[in-house]
Design a protein around this ligand. Structure first.
Ligand code: ZN
Length: 304
C-alpha cells in the first residue's frame, strides 16, 4: 500500500455503513459465464457461425476449468453469474462450479438486456426463465442477480424483490454497497446493491470479435492488472468494495489467468481486506441500519 497518514485522512463511510469487525474493505471476484449467450442475444445469426461460437465456447470448455483451478490454489470462493442458456448448453461445467463450492447467481436467460424488453412482463419472463434453467441444471435457487449488459430498468429492482432475490450487482453510483429502494413511494421495499463498474470488467480491455465487439486493440494483461491494482488500492483506502467482473471466455486465457493470480495474491496480502462471495457481502449489508437509496426516474422537459 502507499504510505498514508490514516489519522490525518480518516476513512468516512456512508451513514449506517460498516464492515464486519477487523475488516476495512472488501474484494469480490466474480465471473460472468456468458459463453455463447451474449453473442446470440444480439446476433441470432451467429448460431451458425462456428468460428464465433468457438470463441465463446472457450469459456466453458477451457476458461472455467482453469479458473476453478486458480480459485482452488488461492483458496478463494467466487461468485459465478450464469445465464440460463449457459446452464442448458454446458450443464456439467455449471455443476462443476457449484460442486467446487462457489456461488451460482442469476444472469438472465439468453443474456438479453433490460432495454430490449418491451414491458415488465417480458422482463419478468426472462428472470423466470433463468431461474428455471438454474434450478433444472443445478438445483440452485440463486439470491443474487447481475443484469445482462449491466442493463437495468427502473422496474428491475422491484421484480428482483418480488422473486426473492437478496441482492443486485450492477449499478454504478457508489464505492460501497447500499440498500436500494424498489421505488420512490414511502415504505417501498428494498434490496442490497453491490455496485460495479465498466473499468473493473475484463470485456472492454481484452475482448475482440471482428464486426461484433472491440476495436482490435487488445490490452496487455500487465496493463490491465496495473489498472485494477490501483483501483484495489484506492478502494481499500476509502473502505469500499472492489467488485471485479471477469468472463471465462475472456480472462480464462492463459496469460490473463497468470495476471489475475498475481492480483489475487496481492489482495490476499492486504491486511483487513475481506475477500468474499457476493452473497456473503450482501448478507452482511442486509444487517446494517441503512436508509434505502431512492432512484427517481427522470422527467425531462426539452428546452424550447
Ligand atoms: Zn454477461
Amino acid at each position: 500500500m502507499m504510505p498514508t497518514d490514516r489519522d490525518a485522512h480518516p476513512v468516512t463511510l456512508p451513514p449506517g455503513f460498516s464492515w464486519p469487525a477487523g475488516v476495512r474493505a472488501a474484494a469480490c471476484f466474480t465471473f460472468d459465464v456468458d459463453a455463447e449467450s451474449a453473442i446470440l442475444a444480439e446476433h441470432p445469426a451467429a448460431a451458425g457461425w462456428l468460428d464465433v461460437m468457438s470463441h465463446q465456447a472457450y469459456g466453458p470448455r477451457t476458461g472455467v476449468p482453469r479458473i476453478l483451478r486458480l480459485l482452488k490454489r488461492r483458496g478463494i470462493r467466487a461468485t459465478f453469474f450464469v445465464p440460463g442458456y449457459t446452464a442448458d448448453r454446458w450443464p456439467d461445467v455449471v455443476r462443476a462450479i457449484r460442486d467446487a463450492g462457489h456461488e451460482i447467481a442469476h444472469h438472465g436467460y439468453l443474456h438479453e438486456g433490460a432495454r430490449s424488453a418491451p414491458d415488465i412482463e417480458a422482463e419478468e419472463e426472462r428472470i423466470l426463465r433463468g431461474l428455471e434453467a438454474l434450478d433444472r441444471v443445478t438445483g440452485v435457487r440463486p439470491v443474487g442477480y447481475r443484469a445482462p449488459n449491466w442493463e437495468l430498468s427502473y422496474r428491475t429492482p422491484a421484480l428482483l424483490v418480488q422473486h426473492g432475490f437478496l441482492y443486485d450487482s450492477g449499478l454504478m453510483d457508489a464505492d460501497h454497497p447500499y440498500r436500494l429502494a424498489t421505488g420512490p413511494e414511502p415504505g417501498a421495499r428494498s434490496i442490497v446493491e453491490l455496485p460495479g463498474h465498466w473499468s473493473l470488467d475484463d470485456w472492454e480491455p481484452y475482448n475482440y470479435l471482428p464486426g461484433i465487439t472491440g476495436s482490435g486493440v487488445i490490452a496487455s494483461p500487465a496493463d490491465v492488472m496495473a489498472r485494477w491494482d490501483l483501483e484495489l488500492e484506492a478502494l481499500v483506502e476509502v473502505g469500499g468494495l472492489f467488485m471485479l467482473t471477469n468472463h471465462p471466455f475472456v480472462t480464462g486465457r492463459a496469460s490473463r489467468v497468470v495476471a489475475l493470480e498475481r492480483l489475487m495474491e496481492r489482495a490476499q496480502s492486504i491486511d483487513g481486506l475481506w475477500i468474499a462471495t457476493a452473497v456473503e457481502i450482501a448478507e452482511h449489508v442486509a444487517t446494517l441500519p441503512l436508509d434505502a437509496i431512492v432512484h427517481r426516474p427522470h422527467e425531462v422537459t426539452p428546452s424550447p
